[in-house]
Every structure is written in structure tokens, then in C-alpha cells.
Write a protein that binds this ligand. Structure first.
Ligand SMILES: Nc1nc2c(c(=O)[nH]1)N[C@H]1C(S)=C(S)[C@@H](COP(=O)(O)OP(=O)(O)OC[C@H]3O[C@@H](n4cnc5c(=O)[nH]c(N)nc54)[C@H](O)[C@@H]3O)O[C@H]1N2
Ligand SMILES: Nc1nc2c(c(=O)[nH]1)N[C@H]1C(S)=C(S)[C@@H](COP(=O)(O)OP(=O)(O)OC[C@H]3O[C@@H](n4cnc5c(=O)[nH]c(N)nc54)[C@H](O)[C@@H]3O)O[C@H]1N2
Ligand code: SF4
Ligand SMILES: [Mo]
Length: 759
């Protein structure tokens, strides 16, 4: 087998080496692509975007054998038949000559960039040999498995189970886990927000016009444009959401909890809360009310810089718009180590105005099982799961070191504990890491620690579409086919009513890539675990899901996105009436025309728990929501915060040609007063540094940020030369962030302190 230095290999598109499958398949310039006949469907195929994990329904086809048209699937009404800039650029990833289209194995030092192309069978044999050896010597738990949750984590986690390791992790503690756990604590389940029908929206750093989720983004646009909804924004910087808001309050980073608690204080003190709702559906109100009595708007102002009179007014406006109003619980919940308190305080404000299961408020998803229960018959099909008897892992998870994290273990775990386990052997040592669709070197904090942890491991497998910054440190990199080339099982997309959708190939597979469902099944085969994967292809799985209803499967494939029944919110009389009118067998309405009497929560009391004995037992002192001080930076540092740009996705798209052309750098936002004191002008080269690391970038002087804060869009400054378009451009945020695990919710922390100087 020929040895290739991948760095030379990458730039040597014209080099005449036998192993240059990538270069020969993919012409060196986009212009040259025009002569290449693209093979695939010329008629529209319904599928699912994967340019970010929102996974919008799409409709795509090949145009004149030359390009791929990607539109939104019009059958999915809430997505408005649209895609965002990234979604429209999928073909640019597909035909990127820097994409990985053949398995490779490391032949130099980790991160050195020396690779050798290998065949799939050789890759599988190598993986089976190395993982098998670790399992034999240290037990299966010495291998951890991780993947961004969604389309492909299920197959990887299935392999983990078959292998016998309890250590499976999704990206949760770098993103949503805190608000999910907060919702679990109060409601016993996840909650969704009905932004589109809201008349009053309070936003605490939910960057929804840049951190796009087509359905929610369009919902908020609709609320603002069609319903004249008022939008109040708390943001340390003038984001696009702040720009589109009716008012912007430049809140001090990490202090949102004080404003949320003060809103609750005013709602209770001024008798603005929904007493009937609280009496009927809520427990723990008295303890909560007692605690928030001290959290006055004046107190919140002293910590957050938001004027007390504004907090008071906003609480009154919120109550006046109730129940069709919402305090948005956000998405990336990594602003402080006390996200559990902050997100619970936000949920509490929603509970106080009684917006639960009301239009424009919060609601629980209605999957087929729930929907059918109310309909009194199987009016919508549910999805079946393959029944495979799996071995029970004997070891404890590596993040099972502290009882306070109990709610997390079945929710994706504490991702960054893989590093602690590899480096500090807590509670035992992780020696192997199999990961897919995740780039922790860019998206976890303290990049140097990620490098150290990877170097401390014996064997690492990474499945990606690029040689990501993380893949650069793996032993074997497996190229997954892009989402435009692969089929997957059916996914549940239920909201207020059940809905399903499916991914289907639009173009023929380019190069020697495979879909991850097949990759992990074949790794399973190589490990002698074939019995746990009793499906030969994706159709077998899909048919199993629809319980052999071929007509239904064909409908889902044809329409791409199929929803059943009418939207249902249990306390919304018109919706309940419309729902019940559809089915003779439907549950009879309550006297008030709703299904309020059927509202049962998966909490110990079956009610909404504003204060919780379960939480108190799990994490003593936390049963009641309260303010806990955090310290995010040293006195002589500036706050360093981040956010998404509309043009890129996390640590994923910075090398995609079209998107890299649109934006390849993340200038650091800095206030004119601060910049003046430091002698910095827009465009100046600057250095950001702290105890964790040091990064060089460019300054953008703007009044759209607090003087004590600097901001950068995340995901830039890749340190992997193979990502030639992204390499070294901009500030690598993860290289400045400390390695932290927050109490109860296990979150990573994305706000810290930095010193800034002109270079
Ligand atoms: N275009 C695009 N869309 C995306 C993504 C993407 O990468 N690009 N990623 C997807 C993913 S994974 C997610 S999680 C969502 C992200 O959804 P969001 O969580 O809405 O996105 P972020 O930009 O991370 O939002 C954080 C915002 O909070 C502000 N902020 C920082 N610290 C504080 C604070 O202490 N208080 C307050 N009030 N605000 C603060 C930041 O300035 C930023 O505007 O977007 C999804 N959609
Ligand atoms: N400093 C800082 N760090 C952050 C954030 C922040 O705001 N600031 N945001 C956080 C948030 S909200 C999140 S969700 C995480 C996300 O971080 P991650 O979970 O790491 O996810 P992504 O960066 O979206 O993508 C990871 C990898 O998936 C690969 N990929 C893309 N498509 C495919 C595919 O079809 N198959 C396979 N196998 N791989 C594919 C990409 O090439 C990329 O290398 O980052 C978090 N990290
Ligand atoms: S928000 Fe954009 S990139 Fe993300 S899935 Fe939807 S269309 Fe694709
Ligand atoms: Mo995220």
C-alpha cells in the first residue's frame, strides 16, 4: 500500500499518484465541474437537509446534469418550503475536492497529517483488531462512543451497546442539555415553544435570526410580521434578533437569571399570575414564591444592568398578553455554570402566566401514542423499533461519578467527561474513542485538553465528511456519504400533531463513501457482533418501522414529509374542538371545552413542579429555584462570548467552498470606548489571551456590544491545514475556553474572560 502525505495529497490535485481517487473523481476547480455529468435524479426527490442539525425537509434534483437544486419541501408547512443559505449550498460540500471520499489510516504522529488510503475491509479489520484488543484487556467500557444526536447517532450507539460499552455521548452538554434538564425537572418532559402564535416574546439570547431553525425562525418572523408580536431582547450585543426586536437591553453576560427571577417576582407581587392555573396544575408554588420575594427588579438591575422600571413594565406587558405570550428558553445553554437555575427561572415565568398548552405559549410534543390516546383509536400510525435483544453493560458510565447528574445519564451524558476519563482516569480510563459527526476539537472547550486526551488514547475512529480538526488526530477516518447521497430510516418530526419524514439519495454516491447505518453495521460484523444487526439494508429497517405497511412507506417517500391529523394543544378550546370533531371515538371535552383535565406531567406529582423534592434529593439545596452567583472572568478581563453566524454551522461548514467564499473570518466585536483605551481600530490585528490559551484575530469596532464584552462568531480558526479554506482564519474560540462541567446539567461553558491587546 502506497504511503501518502495527505497535505501534499490535498494540494496535489494534479499529482499523478495512483491513490488520488479524490483528485481524479473531483475536478480541481468548480469551473471544471461544468463538464462533469452529475448522476442522480433529475426529478425532485424529497429528503432531509444536514447542513445543520435542524434537519429541515427538502426537495432536491439534479439540473441539466450540472448542478443540484435544493429547495424546501413545501409539504412541511411550518418550514415554509424554504432553506437557508447553508441548506442551499449542499452541492458545494458534495463536490468539494477537499472532501474525504476514501477511508484513510494514520501513518505519522497524531495530527501530523500523514495518511494512507485503505479499502473499507482493511479499515474494518483494523478497527475490529484494535477495539477487540482494548475490550479484551480492559473491558468494553474502556471505549467511548460519541455523535451529534440525530440521524446517525442511533446506529453508532447500537454498535456501542452490542460491543458492551455503556459510554455513549451526544453533543448535549455543549448545547441544549441545560434547558432540557430544566424542563425535565419542572414538567417531567421536553417542552416546545409556539413562537408563531405568540403576541409577546421575551428573548434571552436566543439568536434565532442567525442560529437558524427554519421552522422556529419563520415562526418568529410570522409572529412579528403577521401578528404584530412585541419582541423584547436581552443580549450583550446587537444581534440580528436585537435589531429586529422592539427593544434591546444590553444585559451583562451571565446575569439573565436575575431578570427572569425578577419577572417572576413582579408577576407574583403585583398579582399578575394565573392563580386558577397554578392551583389546578402546579405544585411547589409557595416555596418558589417565598424564594423570589427577595428578587426585586432593583436587585436584578444591580447585577444585570437592566433598569428596574423596564423589568417591572415588561412583566406587566407579558401578563397583559398572556396566555398567548412566551418567555423563550433559548437554545445553546452554555452562558454560565448556573444554567439550571436560569432556564428553570425562565420556565417558571411561563408557568406563572399559564401559557402551557396555549397558542403562542409552551406545549409538549404530540407523538402518535399521545395523539391516539386522545382520539380513542389508532388514527395515526406509530413507528415501530427493531426488537433486538441487546447485552446489558456491566460497567458504570464514566460520567456516573456524582448523583446530581442523575437526570443526564439517559439524556446524552456529559460529553466532556471523556477527556477527564482519558486523562485523570476518573472513574476509570477511556482508551478508545469511536465518534461520528462531531468535531470536539473545535466545539468542545479547551482545545489543548482535547489534544492531550486524544494523545492519551490507544485508538480513535472518526467518521466524517471531511478530515475535520478532530479527525486529524484519529487513527482511522471513515468517510460518510453526504446527506445528498444516502438513505436513512424514517424519523419522527411530530410537533402539535404526529409527522414523519425520510432522507433519500438525490445523487449517486461519489467516491468510496458509505452511509453510517451501513458503516456501523459492518464494523459490528467485523467485531463478530453481526447478530445484533439483523437488517440487510435500509428498506428492511423502514418496512419494520411502518409495520410492513408498504403503502405508508411509499407515501412518506413520495411526499417526503407527512403529517397526520390536526394540531392539538390541550388547553386551546378551538384546537380541541377541531380535534374532537375529526374522530367519533375522541375523548369527551371538559366543561370548559378543553382537555385540561387530561394534562398529566411525568413528574412525581403528575403536576408541574415549580419546586421539586426529586431535584432536592438528587442535588441537595436545589429543590427550589434560586439565584447563585457565578464568576465568569477576572476583574481585569473582558467577557468573551460567542454565537452562530447565519452563513456557517458550528464547527462543520467552514471549509465548504461557497460558504467559505461568503465568510471565512470572525472579526472580534469590541466597543469603541474599550477599543479607544486599548488603541485598537477596526481591522487591526489583535490578540485575545487568558489562562487557557491565546488567539490572534482582527478587530471590528462597533457600538453594538457592551464595553465590558467582546464577541466572535464561533467555528473559525481551524488548526488543521487540510481544511485549506478554513485553516488559520480567525479566532478559534474553543482554544480560549476553560474545561468546565456545570452542576446538575453537566454543561460546558462558552463564556469566559479574556485580555485583548493590539499586536
Ligand atoms: N446559521 C446557523 N444556524 C444554526 C447553527 C449554526 O451554527 N449556524 N447551529 C444550530 C445549533 S446547533 C444551535 S444550538 C442553534 C443555536 O441557537 P442559539 O442558542 O440561539 O445561537 P447562538 O448564536 O449560540 O446564541 C447565543 C446568543 O446569545 C448571546 N449571548 C451570549 N452570552 C449571553 C448571555 O449571557 N446572555 C444573553 N442574554 N445572551 C448571551 C450571543 O451573543 C448569541 O447571540 O442554531 C442552530 N442553527
Ligand atoms: N466556543 C463555542 N463552542 C461551541 C458553541 C459555541 O457557540 N461556542 N456551540 C456549541 C453548539 S450549540 C453545538 S450544537 C456544538 C456542535 O458541535 P458538534 O457536535 O461537533 O457538531 P458540528 O460542528 O455541527 O459538526 C461536527 C462534524 O460533523 C461533520 N459532518 C457534517 N455532515 C456530516 C455527515 O453527514 N456525516 C458525518 N459523519 N459527519 C458530518 C462536520 O464535517 C463536522 O466535522 O458546538 C458547541 N460548541
Ligand atoms: S436551517 Fe438551513 S442548514 Fe439547517 S437544516 Fe434547515 S435548511 Fe439546512
Ligand atoms: Mo447546538
Amino acid at each position: 500500500m502506497m504511503k501518502l502525505d495527505r497535505r501534499t495529497f490535498m494540494k496535489g490535485a494534479g499529482a499523478s499518484t495512483a491513490g488520488c481517487a479524490l483528485a481524479s473523481l473531483l475536478p480541481g476547480t468548480l469551473g471544471a465541474l461544468e463538464q462533469t455529468e452529475l448522476k442522480g435524479s433529475a426529478i425532485e426527490v424529497k429528503s432531509i437537509c444536514e447542513m445543520c442539525s435542524t434537519r429541515c425537509p427538502i426537495s432536491a434534483r439534479i439540473v441539466n446534469g450540472k448542478n443540484v437544486s435544493i429547495l424546501g419541501n413545501a409539504n412541511a408547512k411550518s418550514f415554509g418550503g424554504a432553506v437557508c443559505a447553508r441548506g442551499g449550498s449542499g452541492h458545494s460540500l458534495l463536490y468539494d475536492k477537499q472532501r474525504l471520499v476514501k477511508p484513510i489510516k494514520r501513518v505519522g504522529e497524531r495530527g501530523e497529517g500523514k495518511w494512507q488510503e485503505i479499502e473499507w475491509d482493511e479499515a474494518y479489520a483494523l478497527i475490529a483488531d484494535k477495539l477487540g484488543a482494548i475490550k479484551e484487556k480492559y473491558g468494553p467500557e474502556a471505549v467511548s462512543f460519541s455523535s451529534k444526536s440525530g440521524s446517525n447517532h442511533k446506529h453508532l450507539f447500537h454498535l456501542a451497546k452490542a460491543f458492551g460499552s455503556p459510554n455513549t455521548f451526544n453533543h448535549g452538554t455543549t448545547c441544549p442539555t441545560a434547558y432540557k434538564i430544566a424542563a425535565f425537572a419542572i414538567f417531567g418532559t421536553k417542552m416546545k415553544r409556539d413562537l408563531g402564535n405568540s403576541k409577546y416574546i421575551i428573548n434571552f439570547g436566543h439568536n434565532i435570526y442567525e442560529g437558524i431553525n427554519m421552522s422556529e425562525t419563520r415562526g418568529m418572523m410570522k409572529a412579528q410580521a403577521d401578528r404584530g408580536a412585541k419582541l423584547v431582547v436581552f443580549e450583550p450585543r446587537f444581534s440580528v434578533v436585537a435589531d429586529k426586536g422592539d427593544e434591546w437591553h444590553a444585559i451583562k453576560p451571565g446575569t439573565d437569571v436575575t431578570v427572569a427571577l425578577a419577572l417572576c417576582h413582579v408577576l407574583i407581587k403585583d398579582n399578575l399570575y394565573d392563580k386558577a392555573f397554578i392551583e389546578r396544575h402546579v405544585v411547589g408554588f409557595d416555596e418558589f414564591a417565598k424564594e423570589v420575594a427577595a428578587y426585586t427588579p432593583e436587585w436584578a438591575e444591580s447585577i444585570s444592568d437592566v433598569p428596574a422600571e423596564d423589568i417591572r413594565r415588561i412583566a406587566h406587558e407579558l401578563a397583559a398578553a398572556a396566555p398567548h405570550a412566551v418567555v423563550d428558553f433559548g437554545h445553546r445553554a452554555t452562558f454560565t455554570t448556573e444554567e439550571f437555575e436560569m432556564r428553570r427561572a425562565i420556565f417558571a415565568a411561563n408557568v406563572l402566566i399559564g401559557n402551557i398548552e396555549r397558542k403562542g405559549g409552551l406545549y409538549a410534543g404530540k407523538k402518535a401514542k399521545t395523539y391516539n390516546k386522545f382520539a380513542g383509536a389508532d388514527v395515526t400510525p406509530g413507528l415501530a423499533k427493531p426488537k433486538v435483544e441487546m447485552p446489558k453493560p456491566t460497567a458504570k458510565r464514566i460520567d456516573m461519578v456524582d448523583q446530581q447528574y442523575e437526570m443526564l445519564w439517559s439524556n446524552g451524558g456529559i460529553y466532556q467527561s471523556i477527556l477527564d476519563s482519558a486523562l485523570d482516569e476518573v472513574p476509570y480510563k477511556t482508551r478508545g474513542w469511536v465518534m461520528s459527526r462531531t468535531n470536539p476539537m473545535q466545539t468542545m472547550t479547551d482545545r489543548a485538553r482535547v489534544v492531550k486526551a486524544m494523545n492519551a488514547m490507544e485508538f480513535i475512529v472518526c467518521c466524517d465528511v471531511y478530515v475535520s480538526e478532530t479527525a486529524a488526530y484519529a487513527d482511522v477516518v471513515l468517510p460518510e456519504s453526504t446527506y445528498l447521497e444516502r438513505s436513512e430510516e424514517i424519523f419522527d418530526k411530530s410537533g402539535k400533531n404526529p409527522a414523519y419524514y425520510v432522507r433519500q439519495p438525490v445523487v449517486e454516491t461519489i467516491g468510496d463513501t458509505r452511509p453510517s447505518w451501513l458503516i456501523w453495521k459492518q464494523v459490528g460484523d467485523a467485531l463478530g457482533l453481526g447478530q445484533y444487526f439483523p437488517w440487510d439494508n435500509i428498506e428492511t429497517l423502514q418496512l419494520l418501522q411502518v409495520k410492513k405497511d408498504a403503502k405508508l412507506l411509499s407515501r412518506i417517500k413520495q411526499e417526503g414529509y407527512v403529517s397526520f391529523g390536526k394540531p392539538l394543544m390541550l388547553r386551546e378550546p378551538e384546537m380541541v374542538a377541531n380535534f374532537a370533531a375529526q374522530y367519533d371515538t375522541a375523548r369527551p371535552l371538559d366543561e370548559d371545552g378543553t382537555y385540561a383535565s387530561a394534562m398529566k406531567f411525568k413528574t412525581p406529582s403528575g403536576k408541574i413542579e415549580l419546586s421539586s423534592a426529586k431535584v432536592e434529593k438528587m442535588a441537595p439545596g436545589r429543590g427550589v429555584i434560586k439565584y447563585r452567583e457565578v464568576n465568569l472572568k477576572k476583574a481585569d478581563e473582558l467577557f468573551f462570548i460567542q454565537g452562530k453566524t447565519a452563513i456557517h454551522t458550528n464547527g462543520a461548514t467552514h471549509n465548504v467552498p461557497y460558504l467559505a467564499n461568503l465568510m471565512s473570518d470572525n472579526a472580534v466585536w469590541i466597543h469603541p470606548l474599550t477599543a479607544g483605551l486599548l488603541g485598537i481600530k477596526s481591522g487591526d490585528a489583535i490578540r485575545l489571551h487568558n489562562d487557557v490559551g491565546s488567539e490572534e484575530g482582527t478587530a471590528l469596532v462597533t457600538p453594538g456590544i457592551r464595553p465590558d464584552t467582546v464577541f466572535a462568531y464561533m467555528g473559525f480558526g481551524s488548526k488543521n491545514k487540510e481544511l485549506a479554506r478554513a485553516y488559520g482564519k480567525g479566532v478559534h474560540c474553543g482554544n480560549l475556553l476553560p474545561h468546565v462541567t456545570a452542576p446538575v446539567v453537566g454543561m460546558n461553558l462558552h463564556t469566559t474572560g479574556v485580555k485583548v491587546e493590539k499586536i
